[in-house]
Design a protein around this ligand. Structure first.
Ligand SMILES: [Zn+2]
Length: 384
């Protein structure tokens, strides 16, 4: 059965197609075009964009990918999907190795349509730049341990962050790449030269740029400058108003371009729950007015963002135009993860993952693989 969505403003590549329509057949986009259509769902001139892709998210609704059971994994995925994320990687933070492996195996076994694989943030990270990671479980890269972790994802290990300055760090990046996994640099005390070596070895992502790394100094440019100036590298940004000053959002977009910025949430289990005290292993996180901090106040501990709010803030506070913000929530992460042959764009044959946005950059409806998962007014108003 084919569904036509008409009277939309379509985000196609880096431009908006006015007075446009899309046809969806089963799970996929069949075609799109411009001009009036008399049949189909009237989208009332709203903006229709590809579904968002979050390559760095840890949890929601009290659940964390690090220890969630199948019901918890579904709950996290469904919560973020209501806020526009139709593709995500399950972010597993530093923990005991067997725990990380079993978490990855659970994610791989879940095989949910919106789950694109596993992201390991740790355990081969810098103690100096640990953020909220448990320093007792951080370790030097070890090729056997690395192989165990990658294999635990059963072919679904898509992304891994490491600190390249650790002994064996550069070799670990080569090993990650050789396994078909995307390598990221983050939670690192690396200087500029080591970071460049990491990119030359195959790392293509800077994990939450600015956070968990040396700040920029004119005599010590570090990861930030090395990442921003390297065309091969995607820079993740957490645009929650806490991790970065809003002025940095526009600055990075202007400096590197939307094709090299990936908006991420880094959302933790408090997302969608609210303020309170959260315990995970030996770590206690206090969430107050949406800001998640370690109990001792030493570090921010992830965010309570959704991709909807990340895109909103990028536009409203960062001054980035809507198409660029959407590119950084869709096409850029898709290309970075190597899934841009079926996700991240509105194009024939691509998965029918779509978000409908109003002028306020708020989500009015979400379509996941051809089915509306939110957006009640659509089904109500299209009844005869
Ligand atoms: Zn982090």
């Amino acid at each position: 059965m084919t569904t036509i969505l008409r009277n939309a403003r379509l985000v196609i590549g880096r431009r908006i197609l006015e007075d446009a329509w899309v046809s969806v057949s089963e799970h996929r986009i069949e075609a799109y075009g411009t001009g009036p259509k008399t049949e189909g769902v009237d989208l009332r001139g709203r903006l229709l964009a590809p579904g968002f892709i979050d390559m760095h998210v840890h949890g929601a609704l009290g659940y964390s990918f690090g220890d969630a059971d199948p019901a918890g994994i579904s709950a996290i995925v469904n919560h973020h999907r209501l806020h526009g994320t139709t593709t995500l990687l399950a972010g597993i933070g530093t923990d005991l190795l067997p725990q990380m492996s079993s978490a990855a195996a659970n994610v791989a076994a879940a095989s949910l349509e919106n789950l694109a694989g596993v992201f390991y943030e740790g355990p081969f990270l810098s103690v100096e730049r640990k953020g909220a990671h448990d320093p007792n479980e951080l370790r030097r890269p070890d090729s056997a341990e690395l192989r165990t972790l990658i294999e635990a994802g059963a072919g679904e290990t898509k992304l891994m962050t490491i600190a390249p300055e650790l002994p064996g760090g550069i070799d670990a990046i080569r090993q990650i790449r050789a396994s078909g996994t995307v390598a990221a640099v983050g939670h690192t005390d690396a200087d500029y030269d080591v970071t460049k070596a990491a990119f030359d070895a195959g790392a293509t992502v800077a994990t939450h740029l600015f956070n968990g790394m040396r700040p920029i100094h004119h005599r010590d440019p570090g990861v930030i400058v090395a990442a921003m100036e390297d065309e091969r590298v995607t820079c993740e940004l957490i645009t929650d108003g806490f991790h970065l000053d809003d002025a940095m959002i526009g600055y990075v977009f202007r400096a590197v371009g939307a094709h090299r910025v990936a908006l991420i949430t880094d959302a933790i289990e408090a997302t969608g729950v609210g303020d309170g005290i959260y315990h995970r292993g030996t770590t206690t996180t206090v969430v107050s007015e949406g800001l998640a901090m370690l109990e001792d106040g030493s570090s921010i501990a992830g965010s309570t963002l959704t991709m909807e709010r990340a895109v909103q803030r990028t536009v409203r506070n960062g001054g980035v135009n809507i198409v660029d913000a959407i590119t950084s929530a869709t096409a850029t992460p898709a290309r970075t993860l190597g899934i841009d042959n079926h996700a991240g764009h509105i194009a024939p044959g691509y998965l029918a993952n779509l978000v409908l946005l109003n002028d306020d950059v708020s989500i009015e409806a979400v379509m996941s693989q051809g089915s509306w998962v939110s957006g009640r007014w659509l089904t109500q108003t299209t009844q005869p």
